[in-house]
Design a protein around this ligand. Structure first.
Ligand SMILES: *[C@@H]1O[C@H](CO)[C@@H](O)[C@H](O)[C@H]1NC(C)=O
Ligand SMILES: *[C@@H]1O[C@H](CO)[C@@H](O)[C@H](O)[C@H]1NC(C)=O
Ligand SMILES: *[C@@H]1O[C@H](CO)[C@@H](O)[C@H](O)[C@H]1NC(C)=O
Ligand SMILES: *[C@@H]1O[C@H](CO)[C@@H](O)[C@H](O)[C@H]1NC(C)=O
Ligand SMILES: *[C@@H]1O[C@H](CO)[C@@H](O)[C@H](O)[C@H]1NC(C)=O
Ligand SMILES: *[C@@H]1O[C@H](CO)[C@@H](O)[C@H](O)[C@H]1NC(C)=O
Ligand SMILES: *[C@@H]1O[C@H](CO)[C@@H](O)[C@H](O)[C@H]1NC(C)=O
Ligand SMILES: *[C@@H]1O[C@H](CO)[C@@H](O)[C@H](O)[C@H]1NC(C)=O
Length: 847
C-alpha cells in the first residue's frame, strides 16, 4: 500500500526536536515551555492535540465560572478561550476595572485550578457581537484617530492596552512559562476579512501589530486568526464552519482552528440558528483527519449579553449560540455528549497524530481515509464519506466499513470503529431548549403591594437639552452614555387650518418612536443586517404649534466590518409632505436634542429609588403604554439554579434585577414566518440560515437572571418599557428537571472511554448511558424496550420484537445521577435472534 514510508524519518526528527526542548527547559522548574512546529503546539517538548472552547467571562457570573469550566473539562476540552473586553476594562481612559464579571485574573486562575489551559485573545479588537467590538467609546473621540490601521494615535492606545493586559498576566504569573495556564495569545482579530478596505496602511498595521505583540515577551506563541499574511513567528489560524482545507502560511506552522461555530448568534427579529451535532462533529473530525491539531468551539458556552454589552446592531440579550452548554449553563444534549465522545475518540489517536503527517488513501468517489502511524508502525485511521447524500461501504485494511453520507469514522487501531460522527450514542434531551421541559412558573403577586409605575415625559425633560440647526448624528452626540436621543421640533400650522400630512423619516438606525403633540404615532426599526429604516406615517396637525418629538434608539453599537467604528446612527432626514400642499424639509431646521430619557436621569433602575415617591401605585396598573417604568418586589423562588424572566407580554425595553441590568428585551419583534425547515438534514455544507427554528415567533421571550443576583427576602425588578406591554403577565421560571432519552443498538460502538484496541481480545459492548445535570437524579423511567422499537425520542413505542425493560432499567437507574447498561443479548435476553436489536429508554431527571 505504500503507506508507511515517512515513518522512519519522522521518528528521528521527533527525537531531535525533544532533545532541543529538554535543553531549553533547564532552570525553569515551575514553568511549561510552549513552542510549535509544523505539526502542533509543543508543550514541554511534546506535541499536543488540543480541544478548546470559548467561554467569555463577562457573559456569565463568577459564581458559575467553576461549574462551566468543570463541564467543559468533562466534555473533553483541554483549553478555554476568551477575548478580553477593553471597553469594560478601561471605561475611562487610564482608569481600569477588573471587578465582578470582569475579573479576568480570577477567571484565568479558575481555569488553571481546573487543570486546563487558556488561550487569551487580547486583541484588543474582539468583534464578538459585543458593543463596539470591545473598543471603548472614548477612543473614537481622540483627535485624528483611525481604528485598526497604521494610525499613530490608535497604535499608541492599542499598544498601551496590550501591554496593560500582558503585564497584568505576568504580575500574576499566568503565562505558561511562569507556571500559569496561558499557552496562547491573540493579537488583532479577523483582520484579513477587512484589510482590503485599508490598503497599504492596513498592511503596515498588520506588520506593526505582529511586531508589537512579539515585543511583549510573553514567551508563548501568538496567533492572528483569518490573517493569511501573519508575519513569522505569528501563527495564522482559520475561522469558519469547516477548516479541513486550511493550510497555514508557512510549513513551519501548525494547522489551527480558532473559531468553529457551534451555531450562530441571535438577533432581534430573526429565527434561532441551529447546527446539528452530526455536522459539527463531522467538521471537527475532518479537521483532525486532515492534519489539524488545535480546534476551538465558538462558543462552547455563549451565555448572556447583560446590560448594554450586546453589539450589533440588534443582537439579542441571549448569546446562547446553540452551544454545548446553553445560555443558563445547562448541558445541551446530544451536542455536549456527542462532542465529548468525539474528543475521547480523537484522544485515543493522539500518539499517532503527533507522530506523523497523514497518509491519504482514496477509497472511492468522495470517500477517503487518512492514516497516521507511530514509529512502531501501528496506526490510527479516519475514514470519511464527504458526499452529502450517498451512504457507502468501503474496504480498508482488509475489512469493510459502512460510512453514512457526510460522516467520519475514527479507528484508533486502524481496525475497530471507536466513533462515527453520524451515529449519536450519547443521550438526548426531549425539548430543544433548557426551559422547554420541566419548569415551574412563579407569578408575581398582584394588588396594592404589586406593580408600581412611573410615566416619563415625551420630549425634552431637562435644561441639558440644546438646540442646533440640523439633525445631529447619534453616536457622536450621546457618546453611547444612553441608548436614547430625543430630536424635538415645532410644526406651525395656520391658526385657521387643521391639516393631515405625511411624515417621512429616514434613520440610520436602529429604532425610533415618533410623537406628535406628545401622542405616539409611529414606531420604526431596522434589523441586524440593515439597521437603517424609513418610517412614513400619516399625521393630523392642529391649528397653531404642533410638537414633533422623535425618540431615536440604539440597540448595540456595530462590532464588525471595515471602518465599522465610524458607522453613524440616529435620525438623518425628516420631511413633511402634503403640508399646506407643499413638501416641508425639516432636516436642516432647528432641532432640540436631548441625550437619554428622564427615567435614566432620575436613576429609576437604581435600588436606592425603590421606595421613592416618584413611583405611583394603585388598583389598575397601566398597560400598553409607551415610555413607562414599572417596578415590583418579589421573593426569589427556592433553589440554587438560574432563573428565567418570561417577558413575552412585554414590548421593547430593558430590565434590572436589584439594580443590575439583565439586558435589553424585545419580544414584540417577531421573526419572519418563513425560512425554518420542517426537517433539517445535517448532511451537506452548513451556513447560519440552514437549520433555523422559531420562525414567526419572538426571537427571545426568556431573559436570564443569574441566581447570584437575587437573595432571600425582597428583590427588586424594574423595567423600562418603551413601546407598550403588560407587566401583570410577567413570570419567573425555574427548572425542575429534564426529560432524557437514549437508544443504542447491538451494532453501535462501545463508548470511546471504554474502548480498547484489538477488541477480539477484549470484547467491548455498546452501552446505553444516562446521566443528569445539576445534581438531579433519575426519578422515573417511562419507556424501556429492547427489540425493534418504533418512533423517536419522546414518542417511542414497542416494535414487533420487544422485551419490556422497564423493571431492569428502573432497578439500575432510579435514584442515581447516572447509569449504564450493556446492550447485549447476554445482558438483556434475546427476544428475536438474528434481528438487529435496539435498547430505547425514556426517563426523567429531577429533584
Ligand atoms: C522584552 O525583552 C527585550 C530583550 O530582553 C527587552 O529589551 C524588552 O524591553 C522587553 N520588553 C518588555 C515589554 O518587557
Ligand atoms: C438647569 O437646572 C438646574 C436646576 O434644575 C440649575 O441648577 C442649572 O443651573 C440649570 N442649567 C442651565 C444651563 O440652565
Ligand atoms: C429609505 O428611503 C430612501 C428614499 O426613498 C431610499 O433611498 C432608501 O433605500 C430607503 N431605505 C430603506 C432602509 O428602506
Ligand atoms: C410656536 O413656536 C414658536 C417657536 O417655534 C414660538 O416662538 C411661538 O411663540 C409659538 N407659538 C405659540 C402660539 O405657542
Ligand atoms: C462624529 O464626529 C467626528 C468629528 O467630531 C466626525 O469626524 C465624524 O464624521 C462624526 N461621525 C459621524 C458618524 O457623523
Ligand atoms: C445608585 O444610587 C446610589 C445612591 O445615590 C449611588 O451611590 C450609586 O452609584 C447608584 N448606582 C448606580 C449603578 O448608578
Ligand atoms: C423600602 O422599604 C421597605 C419596606 O419599608 C424596606 O424593607 C426596604 O429596605 C426599603 N428599601 C430601600 C432601598 O430603602
Ligand atoms: C394592548 O395591546 C394589545 C396588542 O396590541 C391588544 O391586543 C390589547 O387589546 C390591548 N389592551 C388594552 C387594554 O388596550
Amino acid at each position: 500500500m505504500g503507506i508507511n514510508s515517512s515513518v522512519a524519518l519522522f521518528s528521528l526528527w521527533v527525537v531531535a526536536l525533544s532533545l532541543v526542548l529538554e535543553g531549553s527547559c533547564i532552570g525553569k522548574a515551575l514553568g511549561t515551555t510552549v513552542t510549535y512546529d509544523s505539526r502542533a503546539l509543543v508543550i514541554d517538548g511534546k506535541r499536543r492535540v488540543l480541544q478548546s472552547g470559548s467561554i467569555h467571562y463577562p457573559r456569565s457570573t463568577p459564581e458559575v465560572w467553576p461549574e462551566l469550566i468543570r463541564k467543559a473539562k468533562e466534555g473533553g476540552l483541554d483549553v478555554i478561550e476568551s477575548y478580553v473586553f477593553w471597553n469594560y476594562h478601561e471605561p475611562v481612559r487610564g482608569q481600569y476595572y477588573f471587578e465582578g464579571r470582569f475579573d479576568l485574573v480570577r477567571f484565568v486562575k479558575m481555569v488553571k485550578e481546573a487543570g486546563l489551559f487558556v488561550h487569551l485573545r487580547i486583541g484588543p479588537y474582539a468583534c464578538a457581537e459585543w458593543n463596539y467590538g470591545g473598543f471603548p467609546m472614548w477612543l473614537h473621540f481622540i483627535p485624528g484617530i483611525q481604528f485598526r490601521t497604521n494610525n499613530e494615535p490608535f497604535k499608541i492606545e492599542m499598544e498601551g492596552f496590550l501591554a496593560k493586559i500582558v503585564s497584568l498576566m505576568k504580575e500574576e504569573n499566568l503565562f505558561a512559562t511562569q507556571g500559569g495556564p496561558i499557552i496562547l495569545a491573540q493579537v488583532e482579530n479577523e483582520y484579513g476579512n477587512v484589510k482590503w478596505a485599508y490598503g497599504t496602511s492596513g498592511q503596515l498595521y498588520v506588520k506593526w501589530a505582529a511586531e508589537t505583540a512579539i515585543s511583549m515577551n510573553t514567551t508563548i506563541p501568538w496567533v492572528m486568526c483569518v490573517q493569511d499574511d501573519a508575519p513569522d513567528p505569528i501563527i495564522n489560524t482559520c475561522n469558519g464552519f469547516y477548516c479541513d482545507q486550511f493550510t497555514p502560511n508557512s510549513p513551519s506552522k501548525p494547522k489551527m482552528w480558532t473559531e468553529n461555530y457551534c451555531g450562530w448568534f441571535t438577533s432581534f427579529g430573526y429565527p434561532l440558528p441551529h447546527r446539528l451535532v452530526e455536522d459539527l462533529a463531522f467538521a471537527v473530525a475532518r479537521f483532525f483527519e486532515m492534519g489539524g491539531t488545535f480546534q476551538n468551539y465558538y462558543m462552547y458556552f455563549g451565555g448572556t449579553n447583560f446590560g448594554r454589552t450586546a453589539g450589533g446592531p440588534l443582537v439579542a440579550s441571549s448569546y446562547d449560540y446553540d452551544a454545548p452548554l446553553d445560555e443558563y449553563g445547562f448541558i445541551r444534549q446530544p451536542k455536549w455528549g456527542h462532542l465529548r465522545d468525539l474528543h475521547k475518540a480523537i484522544k485515543l489517536c493522539e500518539d499517532y497524530l503527533i507522530s506523523s503527517e497523514p497518509t491519504q488513501i482514496q477509497l472511492g468517489l468522495n470517500l477517503e481515509a487518512h492514516v497516521y502511524y507511530k514509529p512502531s508502525n501501528e496506526c490510527a485511521a479516519f475514514l470519511a464519506n464527504y458526499d452529502s447524500s450517498k451512504d457507502a461501504m468501503v474496504e480498508f485494511n482488509g475489512n469493510s466499513y459502512s460510512l453514512p453520507a457526510w460522516s467520519v469514522s475514527i479507528l484508533p487501531d486502524c481496525k475497530n470503529v471507536a466513533y462515527s460522527t453520524a451515529r449519536v450514542v450519547s443521550q438526548r434531551h426531549i425539548g430543544d431548549n433548557s426551559f422547554a421541559s420541566r419548569t415551574t412558573t412563579h407569578r408575581f403577586s398582584v394588588g396594592p403591594s404589586g406593580w408600581s409605575w412611573y410615566k416619563e415625559p415625551v420630549g425634552v425633560w431637562d435644561n441639558t437639552s440644546f438646540t442646533y440647526p440640523g439633525l445631529l448624528e447619534q453616536i457622536n452626540t450621546t457618546k453611547d452614555a444612553s441608548d436614547f436621543l430625543w430630536y424635538s421640533t415645532i410644526l406651525a400650522v395656520d391658526e385657521n387650518a387643521a391639516e393631515e400630512a405625511f411624515l417621512h423619516i429616514f434613520s440610520l438606525g436602529h429604532a425610533a418612536l415618533v410623537f406628535v403633540n406628545r401622542v405616539s404615532v409611529g414606531f420604526g426599526y431596522g434589523n441586524h443586517d440593515e439597521p437603517s429604516f424609513n418610517l412614513s406615517q400619516k399625521i393630523s396637525l392642529r391649528p397653531g404649534n404642533n410638537s414633533l418629538d422623535i425618540l431615536s434608539m440604539m440597540i448595540g453599537l456595530q462590532n464588525y466590518g471595515p471602518w465599522f467604528d465610524i458607522d453613524g446612527a440616529g435620525v438623518y432626514s425628516v420631511i413633511v409632505d402634503g403640508f399646506g400642499n407643499r413638501k416641508l424639509d425639516l432636516t436642516l431646521g432647528d432641532w432640540t436634542h436631548q441625550v437619554g430619557v428622564e427615567g435614566e436621569h432620575l436613576g429609576l433602575d437604581n435600588i436606592s429609588l425603590a421606595n421613592s415617591s416618584l413611583w405611583k401605585n394603585g388598583a389598575s396598573t397601566p398597560i400598553n403604554q409607551s415610555l413607562i417604568w414599572y417596578k415590583v418586589t418579589f421573593s426569589a423562588p427556592e433553589g440554587s439554579g438560574p432563573l428565567a424572566l418570561d417577558l413575552s407580554s412585554m414590548g421593547k425595553g430593558q430590565a434590572w434585577i436589584n439594580g443590575q441590568s439583565i439586558g435589553r428585551y424585545w419580544p414584540a419583534y417577531l421573526s419572519p414566518n418563513t425560512g425554518c425547515p420542517d426537517n433539517c438534514d445535517y448532511r451537506g455544507a452548513y451556513d447560519a440560515s440552514k437549520c433555523q427554528r422559531n420562525c414567526g415567533q419572538p426571537s427571545q421571550t426568556l431573559y436570564h437572571i443569574p441566581r447570584s443576583w437575587v437573595h432571600h427576602g425582597s428583590n427588586l425588578l424594574v423595567l423600562h418599557e418603551e413601546i407598550g406591554g403588560d407587566p401583570l403577565k410577567i413570570s419567573i421560571l425555574t427548572r425542575t428537571g429534564q426529560e432524557i432519552c437514549a437508544f443504542i443498538s447491538e451494532s453501535d460502538p462501545p463508548p470511546p472511554d471504554s474502548w480498547k484496541p484489538n477488541s477480539e481480545l477484549h470484547p467491548q459492548s455498546p452501552q446505553l448511558r444516562l446521566s443528569c445535570d445539576k445534581g438531579w437524579l433519575i426519578t422515573s423511567v417511562s419507556f424501556a424496550s429492547f427489540g425493534t422499537p418504533h418512533g423517536s425520542c419522546g414518542s417511542f413505542s414497542p416494535g414487533s420484537c420487544h422485551v419490556d425493560m422497564l423493571e431492569t432499567i428502573r432497578k439500575a437507574c432510579i435514584g442515581k445521577e447516572g447509569c449504564s447498561i450493556a446492550v447485549t443479548t447476554n445482558n438483556l435476553g434475546d427476544p428475536c435472534p438474528k434481528v438487529l436489536k435496539t435498547l430505547a429508554v425514556e426517563a426523567l431527571c429531577s429533584e
